[in-house]
Design a protein around this ligand. Structure first.
Ligand SMILES: CC(C)(COP(=O)(O)OP(=O)(O)OC[C@H]1O[C@@H](n2cnc3c(N)ncnc32)[C@H](O)[C@@H]1OP(=O)(O)O)[C@@H](O)C(=O)NCCC(=O)NCCS
Length: 184
């Protein structure tokens, strides 16, 4: 069961989104510096978006069908410090993450993304995971590099445009030592 489980890392707790997270989501994702880097509608993120997001998470529990979506908490911090997920995309799964601006550069994104990728390989049995970086985003590229992602050659050679922004694809294959059963 993944649905109700929280994922503990050295410093963070990743748990499913729940009612009551709406204000925190709005606080962080109302920040254009964060939202502009995400594959969301390019409009200000408000309470209605947050409510829609929570409704969707509750209707689509964590698991292989809908992927994994976690709110990120840090001990000693009130509310959320970020969010991260593995979402079904085409035949694979896409890694996504954001950290609230007050908590940047503490290594939280790297820690959360690394744990999530591990769960994707172990619990979901994924063979590979991809990530999309929109436009210039050196922080996200660095996070991906640190956890072993590499640019996908096909996309790197001819960058595509997504919603008016260049999109770069990164990929990570499951380590061969992982014995979890493979799924597409
Ligand atoms: C990208 C993001 C999640 C990084 O979060 P973070 O918790 O600050 O990242 P970390 O602290 O784990 O830092 C990881 C690495 O990136 C580097 N880094 C962080 N911010 C950086 C920046 N603005 N420019 C360049 N490098 C940066 C860190 O120094 C670290 O590298 P190092 O260990 O070699 O020094 C955060 O900036 C964010 O939420 N941005 C908006 C949303 C977003 O871009 N999501 C990803 C979409 S693909």
């Amino acid at each position: 069961m993944i649905e109700d489980d929280a994922l503990e890392t050295k410093r963070l707790r990743l748990r499913p989104f729940q009612r009551g997270d709406e204000d925190e989501l709005t606080r962080h994702l109302g920040d254009w510096e964060i939202t502009r880097q995400l594959a969301l509608d390019p409009r200000p993120f408000g309470l209605d978006h947050a409510q829609d997001w929570i409704d969707e998470c509750l209707a689509q529990p964590n698991g292989h069908k809908y992927g994994l979506r976690f709110a990120i908490e840090a001990p000693g911090e009130t509310g959320l410090v970020g969010g991260a997920g593995l979402s079904p995309l085409g035949a694979g799964f896409e890694l996504g993450y954001w950290i609230g601006r007050p908590f940047w550069r503490r290594g939280y994104a790297t820690e959360a993304a690394s744990a999530l990728v591990g769960l994707g390989f172990a619990a979901l049995g994924l063979k590979g995971i991809m990530a999309l970086v929109f436009g210039e985003n050196p922080a996200s590229v660095r996070v991906l590099e640190k956890i072993g992602f590499e640019p996908a050659e096909a996309v790197e050679a001819s960058e595509t445009e997504g919603a008016g922004r260049a999109v770069r694809e990164y990929r990570l294959c499951r380590p061969t030592s992982n014995k979890a059963p493979a799924r597409p």
